[in-house]
Ligand binder design. Structure first.
Ligand code: FPP
Length: 255
């Protein structure tokens, strides 16, 4: 079997080929992994086969981000709205998550990846929570790529949670209303301590945000593509980064 190290070095060659500016890489990339269902339909397969193939794509993207020394990768895996899907699909997605963590966590740990989640994981099954806890605990001291998996995540719910926490702090006299600012608010978000995404990627031809990181993407750069998520690979990611490097980010100021 090809070792992780070898796979990593072959990616490095492709990076050089594409002439990425290694000094101007995004620190944080966020991805809406969309198009699994359509990918499967196109092949006459059940939607769950699309999700399975989506996990393969995920592997390649994590490897590529790790090789490039990207600091954070946030993945939209299951939204607060995804519960509306048929029971079978929800359960297949949860099983995939459990299976993925069980199977990959040692390899991820060896590669210095740190796993975190954003979202209300108390809404997930006990089995899923157990695997998540193991993954978080095992990798908590790693300082390589930080992978944040959004599970039962919705940006509106996240902001309501933050508002409630702020109100509680005011009630407890821990903070005065006039001292509430963006910094204080961010301390109450799931993404506390994680810098805002520089680049948000949505494949599959959709041009919407779907309740993903609404606060954090205020100044993110967006990259869309028609490719369905299962076909998204390291090459696509590099294409996105190369485009990102051509953007002029002014954060509301002027050059
Ligand atoms: C959106 O495609 C995708 C999802 C709702 C699930 C994404 C999950 C994975 C890629 C795998 C599980 C994740 C982990 C972390 C192991 P869609 O089903 O909405 O596609 P469609 O728009 O074509 O129907």
């Amino acid at each position: 079997m090809k070792s992780m190290k070898n796979i990593f070095s072959s990616r490095k060659r492709r990076v050089d080929d594409k002439k990425l500016d290694m000094t101007r890489l995004p620190k944080h990339i966020a991805i809406i992994m969309d198009g699994n269902g359509r990918w499967a339909k196109k092949r006459g397969l059940p939607r769950t086969a699309g999700h399975k193939a989506g996990v393969e794509a995920l592997r390649d993207i994590i490897r590529t981000c790790s090789t490039l020394n990207i600091k954070y990768l946030t993945l939209y895996a299951f939204s607060t709205e995804n519960w509306k899907r048929p029971k079978d699909e929800v359960s297949a997605l949860m099983q995939l998550l459990v299976h993925y963590l069980k199977k990959e966590i040692i390899e991820l740990h060896k590669n210095n990846v740190r796993i975190r989640t954003i979202g209300d994981i108390s809404g997930l099954s006990q089995v899923a929570r157990k695997e998540i806890d193991i993954a978080i605990e095992l990798t908590k001291n790693n300082d390589g790529l930080g992978v944040n998996i959004a599970l039962n995540y919705g940006a509106r719910a996240e902001m309501i949670k933050a508002v409630k926490e702020m109100c509680q702090k005011v009630k407890n006299n821990e903070i005065a209303i006039e001292n509430i600012d963006e910094n204080e608010f961010e301390q109450c978000l799931y993404t506390k301590g994680i810098p805002d995404p520089d680049l948000v990627i949505r494949p599959s031809g959709e041009f919407r945000i779907s309740n993903f990181l609404l606060w954090q993407i205020a100044y993110s750069e967006f990259w869309f593509s028609n490719i369905f998520w299962p076909d998204f690979n390291g090459e696509c990611l590099m294409e996105a980064i190369i485009d990102y490097q051509k953007r002029d980010r002014r954060f509301g100021g002027i050059k």
